[in-house]
Design a protein around this ligand. Structure first.
Ligand SMILES: [Zn+2]
Length: 51
């Protein structure tokens, strides 16, 4: 079974190569705050970083 679970990483573990830009090259994100943490999800590839 292939589930499309979003990939979540910690920013400190995988910081942006170019600040404000995802590894896929996109720079448009969905942002949300959950339990005091800032989640930044790439609109292109769905990768989420917890800042
Ligand atoms: Zn991306």
């Amino acid at each position: 079974m292939d589930t499309k679970e979003e990939r979540v990483v910690l920013y400190k573990d995988e910081p942006d190569e170019h600040s404000g830009r995802c590894e896929c090259g996109n720079n448009i994100f969905h942002s949300r705050v959950l339990e005091g943490k800032f989640y930044r999800k790439c609109q292109e590839c769905g990768k989420t970083k917890i800042v």
